[in-house]
Design a protein around this ligand. Structure first.
Ligand SMILES: *[C@@H]1O[C@H](CO)[C@@H](O)[C@H](O)[C@H]1NC(C)=O
Ligand SMILES: *[C@@H]1O[C@H](CO)[C@@H](O)[C@H](O)[C@H]1NC(C)=O
Ligand SMILES: *[C@@H]1O[C@H](CO)[C@@H](O)[C@H](O)[C@H]1NC(C)=O
Ligand SMILES: *[C@@H]1O[C@H](CO)[C@@H](O)[C@H](O)[C@H]1NC(C)=O
Ligand SMILES: *[C@@H]1O[C@H](CO)[C@@H](O)[C@H](O)[C@H]1NC(C)=O
Ligand SMILES: *[C@@H]1O[C@H](CO)[C@@H](O)[C@H](O)[C@H]1NC(C)=O
Ligand SMILES: *[C@@H]1O[C@H](CO)[C@@H](O)[C@H](O)[C@H]1NC(C)=O
Length: 322
């Protein structure tokens, strides 16, 4: 592997938003439970320009090339050649409890994440408290966040954290494991870390049982106030088809649709185009790569509410026209 600077890092912009949203709830929590907070992202790296990779895939009617590595806080860890220096390490003190905010900043891969010798207690997913449960590994989808508590209560030493992809369909995935190190204070770097047991790439049973454990906290203080009356039922079908494509390997490329319509990205921002009639636009889409590129998305157009605070502001005077 070449130097890290030659990597193109695919950054999800959602990420910062999530971190921001989580801040206020955590401040109260720190005061109450006194744990240390560590933000950690797990992600994918490509050796080449990600835009070029997507363009090439589209042109040839193939999925974009899979990533060349996974990373923990931007580093692939020592299981990759020439990357001993590129290892993320987190120091912990014996007896303390840590809140790890884990963010999946990958584009494609749902990732398993585990820490050798340490269970994790899941307490929050996507800025919503969950009924706490203990697990040896978590599963986290692109754009998702998961907060877990980890007790540094094992024999002082060095333990690998590991992340690798869940292969949710029989198509090739980047199957390499990225590692970082959970290191107890005062343990020398010469101690070899222990590897965690991650579920097998095709462990659908683990994925299903893990997702089944996710429940809202639904306590008196944090009730699950979901709307119980449905105003309008919507019927959705999701489809996959083929279109002719002269530059493609087989003369065809896959397309996806929602209710038999493949979404084609407009040249003008939807919100701008619809401002005078319809006041808000929200995308509902599949993961950004690959299916969104196939047209598997739709936009909800939301009208202004009665209050000013429920209305979209007019476009700024200096909105660039193009
Ligand atoms: C994608 O992978 C193929 C096969 O390994 C390679 O030939 C091609 O150059 C790669 N494309 C990009 C844009 O890196
Ligand atoms: C992931 O973590 C690394 C190291 O802290 C940081 O440089 C990078 O910006 C983070 N990525 C995202 C998408 O936040
Ligand atoms: C982790 O949880 C498993 C299953 O509940 C349990 O068997 C194991 O002892 C726990 N490990 C630690 C280090 O607490
Ligand atoms: C990972 O995938 C490569 C092909 O992309 C394959 O040759 C290799 O056997 C796989 N490794 C594991 C552990 O599944
Ligand atoms: C998972 O992959 C292994 C080989 O790596 C195979 O033996 C096993 O049958 C697969 N399990 C499922 C559920 O596909
Ligand atoms: C192209 O067609 C061949 C033969 O039918 C098939 O094996 C292959 O999977 C197809 N490739 C793509 C990208 O559709
Ligand atoms: C889906 O769209 C195609 C092309 O517009 C049309 O020929 C076909 O009848 C539609 N199918 C359904 C089930 O509406």
């Amino acid at each position: 592997m070449a130097s890290l600077s030659s990597f193109m890092f695919a950054l999800t912009f959602l990420l910062f938003l999530f971190v921001g949203l989580l801040m206020s709830s955590s401040e109260a929590a720190i005061k109450r439970y006194q744990f240390d907070i560590q933000v950690k992202n797990v992600s994918e790296w490509w050796n080449n320009d990600v835009e070029e990779i997507v363009k090439q895939g589209n042109k040839m009617g193939l999925p974009p090339n899979m990533s060349d590595a996974h990373t923990i806080n931007g580093k692939p860890g020592p299981l990759f050649p020439c990357s001993e220096k590129h290892t993320f390490a987190m120091e912990v003190e014996q007896g303390k409890t840590y809140l790890l905010r884990i963010i999946n900043a990958a584009l494609n891969d749902e990732l398993f994440f585990a820490i050798a010798g340490h269970n994790m207690t899941v307490v929050e997913v996507d800025a919503v408290y969950t009924k706490p449960f203990t697990t040896q590994a978590i599963l986290i989808a692109p754009g998702q966040t998961t907060n877990v508590l980890v007790h540094a209560n094992q024999v002082s030493g060095r333990y690998f954290m590991g992340t690798k992809a869940f292969m949710d369909a029989p198509v090739p995935v980047d199957n390499k494991t990225a590692t970082g190190i959970l290191q107890y204070k005062n343990i020398p770097n010469t101690v070899l870390p222990v590897l965690p047991q991650l579920p097998a790439s095709n462990d659908t049973g683990f994925a299903l049982s893990y997702n089944k454990k996710l429940r809202s906290l639904n306590s008196a203080k944090y009730p699950a106030n979901v709307p119980l009356n449905v105003d309008r039922n919507l019927f959705y079908t999701i489809g996959l088809g083929k279109n002719s494509c002269p530059t493609c390997l087989n003369g065809t490329r896959f397309l996806a649709s929602i209710n038999n319509v493949s979404f084609v990205m407009p040249q003008i921002a939807l919100l701008q185009a619809h401002y005078f009639n319809i006041k808000g636009v929200w995308f509902m889409h599949c993961h950004l790569e690959l299916h969104t590129g196939w047209g598997l998305k739709t936009a909800f157009l939301v009208e202004n509410g009665p209050e000013q605070s429920q209305s979209v502001l007019p476009p700024p005077k200096d909105l660039p026209s193009c």
